[in-house]
Design a protein around this ligand. Sequence first.
Ligand code: NAD
Ligand code: LMR
Length: 329
Amino acid sequence: MKSPIRIAVTGATGQICYNLLYRIAAGDMFGNDQPVILQLHDITDAQPMFDGIVMELYDCAFPLLTEIITTDNSEVAFNDVDIALLVGARPRGENMERKDLLAANGPIFIEQGRAINAVAKRSVKVLVVGNPANTNAYITMKNAPDIDPNNFSAMLRLDHNRALSQVALKLRVPVADVKKMIIWGNHSTTQFPDLSHATVGNNKVTSLLKDSAWIENHFIPVVQKRGAAIIEARRGKSSAASAANAIINHMQDWVFGTAEDNWVSMGVPSNNSYGIPNGVIYSFPVTCQNGQYKIVQGLDLSQLDKERMHNSYQELIAEQEAIKHLLTA
Ligand code: NAD
Ligand code: LMR
């Protein structure tokens, strides 16, 4: 048996985590030969909620679950962790944009970045889910200067999965056959869901669709606005099961690698790829191997694609400007 890995999860009494913790403990994220120690964090007021969560974790009798730690102390939660899943943050309600959460949620990631810097393993892989995810990942990374910036990521995988499913439903093909989807930019309505490189078998999705109106009038806006559609349909609650599933997909691909003929979308610090300046946490198509991701290079982009990508970049810069005071405090 392998030795256990330590996984910190914040916001662990929230609704995403109720869909996530049991799947991690069952082996869905790191495989059924990998024991796990769950280091669960939530705010002080939420601590009583851990009683039920922990009872249920034990009642599943998961063979891989070696230990459960619950705490309201970030340094206890991140102590020596291999993986940090930063879910804890306020969700938006109806008629809010994700960036409206910056003032409430930004400070959380200052404190958590500092705690990761102080006590996590130097090789820790960090995924920020709490919204607005890209800028919160940026805040976390900036507050953990002793950890390689390439170890910080923001979750765009839910958008990526949404895009795959829209194409699979339209073409009536299995979703696993749709490859090379891209979400560029911010986890917001300025993101650019781009199917122009996507394939099904040996065919380009665009040539199978032969329907540019569907791409412009259905595909792009549906993916961009899916979060709000879910909130409306769930009477104010944001996506939880699909978000938890995307967290599992993101970490699994990052750790174990992507398939040879495919890529996935991850929010990662730019390295000047596609004209997006260094350091901005921006969603790119990436391939993963040996626990490292690489931004896919050399894709052809039209003028309109570039404008859409730039628009999302501008929004990220505006978000960074809005939290600048938090970084210098
Ligand atoms: P939730 O309200 O059910 O749970 C949030 C949890 O965060 C709560 O348990 C709360 O106590 C905790 N929390 C609040 N302040 C905290 C702090 N200072 N430190 C640690 N924990 C704190 O919300 P949820 O539905 O689980 O969503 C969590 C976040 O994930 C939200 O910001 C939501 O918008 C975001 N989200 C992102 C994506 C994505 O694709 N990136 C998808 C879905 C949801
Ligand atoms: C989502 O995309 O479902 C989440 O980011 C929640 C939201 O606020 O849209």
